[in-house]
Design a protein around this ligand. Sequence first.
Ligand SMILES: [Zn+2]
Length: 418
Amino acid sequence: MTNFYEINGNKELLRQQLNYVALNSPFYKKHFYDNKINIQEITSYKEFRNIPITSKEDLQHHNKELFAVPQDEIIDYVTTSGTLGNPVSFALNEADLNRLAENERQSFEMLGIKKSSVVQITTTLDRRFMAGMAYFLGLRKLGAGIIRTGSGLPGLQWESIARFKPEYLVAVPSFLLKMVDYAIQNGIDYKKSSVKTVVCIGEPLRNSDFSLNSLGNRIKELWNIELFSTYASTEMGTAFTECKFHTGNHSLTELIFAEVLDENHQPVAVGGIGELVVTPLQVQTIPLVRFATGDMVKFYGENCECGRNSLRISTPVGRKKQMIKLKGTSLYPQQIINLLTAFQSLKIFVIEARLNETKNDEILIRIPDDLIEISALQEHLQSGLKVKVKLKKTSTKKIEEMKFSKEGRKPKLFHDYR
Ligand SMILES: [Zn+2]
């Protein structure tokens, strides 16, 4: 099997992290004991792989035992996004906050942000969200100029751009479409604004051949700015970032040890898709070892044209649990969401997955009953997915009710009834 992980991992930092965890984490003390793992015996990737993975369920069921520092050391409390299931409590101490700042500094530096840059953060800094603050801390460490506009409010975004002339935005890609919409409606000459580059979060931008996906293309057609993809999560506390060659997202080797594993927990070969399993390095408050993210990513290997030889992966092509099998083709809700988002006249939709009588997956997309371009949408989906999916005309009110359910803090575009 590949020896990528032997070459890539920062062995010394990984060893230190395992020592720290074995000494301080009640959860891992038990996990190692129950599974007869002696970390002193781990000298290669082969032995490291004997450590059983940690699942999302472990985080939910053993949240308290995962805390590895005394409570009075904790500074910042956050939660995971809770895309699947309930959000889990996370926290950071002084060392973790410094580490988070360093993580984001390296990530921003990779895509070209310098001390002289001005960056507008259009994501939330509060709401128990780790990333927003990470951006602020990372930019602060770089010494760049920061404008904290926060999420939403396209009017305030444009007013701030006119006022402070940022060259960079940190943004969710689909929000850029909202900003363009607002600019067009309000006669703002957005194409001549100071913004040249966007650090994108939360949504994939590219296909696995590195070309822009439909969402990326739609943004680019409307507004010719450079889009960088980043991928991170609270559990990882680390970002995977594109360099200027845009050929996958680099890992930061001093901050995370990453593996891409198949269903049998074997490393996938270059070009394969597998689950991202991470061991964040230098984390103190909630250290995780071989945490299975549930995110399916494509593994691009190492040796990038930029000269970095850290591991490169795609942003998630989907969630492991949400995989849909249609006529022998595996696909993920996110691929369908990307295609639907890119279809301009479609303002709202939800996707449903069910098992049919023969226990095979079935997909139904609810679209507004006043949508005219049905056959164009069908064609658009078929060319993107290579399989045919069912569309169902539904009242906008009903779709809205499904999308904005009372429980979730995020709109729910995918409803899994399997
Ligand atoms: Zn590179």
